[in-house]
Design a protein around this ligand. Structure first.
Ligand SMILES: [Zn+2]
Ligand SMILES: [Zn+2]
Length: 114
């Protein structure tokens, strides 16, 4: 059965499908376009690494938005190239394999603390 829901982004009513339950067609298209722009931008970036903040600034994204795309597996291709600053010690590390904004040393420490 088809379900009608409100788009999480723009609030418009849309028909849910099995693989799309959160956003409407229009926002889904826009999101895909943005994701492919980000991927292309990073892949074409002339230097070996690019800071996450530069991407956020360039595409007007918040860290939360980036993280939700990232954890949904949208940036697998570019994860080795994008670097972030560890929220704890400030070390610059690639975002590949990260689940939070911590370097592996700090993530480990945090795990031990819990
Ligand atoms: Zn929408
Ligand atoms: Zn750290």
């Amino acid at each position: 059965m088809a379900n009608v829901a409100n788009c999480k982004k723009c609030g418009a009513l849309f028909l849910q499908t099995s693989n799309r339950i959160e956003v409407c067609d229009k926002c889904f298209e826009e999101q895909n376009k943005l994701l492919s722009e980000i991927n292309t931008f990073v892949i074409m970036y002339p230097e070996e690494h690019i800071a996450l903040e530069d991407i956020l600034k360039k595409f007007n994204l918040t860290i939360d938005e980036f993280e939700s795309f990232f954890s949904a597996g949208k940036f697998v291709k570019i994860a080795q190239k994008v670097t972030m600053k560890c929220a704890k010690c400030g070390k610059i590390v690639p975002i590949a394999g990260k689940t939070n904004m911590l370097c592996s040393a700090c993530a480990k420490k945090l795990q031990n603390e819990i």
